[in-house]
Design a protein. Sequence first.
Length: 111
Amino acid sequence: MNDMNDMNELQNKYQALYDFDGVTKESLDKIEHELQIKLPNDFREISGFYSGGIVGGIDIHSFQFSEPTNFIRETIRIREAVGLPNRFVVIAEQAESIIVMDTEKHHQSFG
């Protein structure tokens, strides 16, 4: 099975359980501009149908600027507080830890 089929299968499974809640290309472009990063392609694809929320028991920050706790604000806050390198994006916070995405590492996620 190729990556596109895998992504379609992931999207179908997600939409069977949750409401469709994607982010526009323009919003993703704005995120890249605000954070001075390049989002990985698989992240951009998943953002077409998922924009944050609980997955596997982890509350992922919203990808929407309009939400009070979104990964844009949280990334900027953590960058300023502890000097997090710009290549990382804060996608979730757990008790005494953060979950980050390295935007410079492009790993194969499906297949």
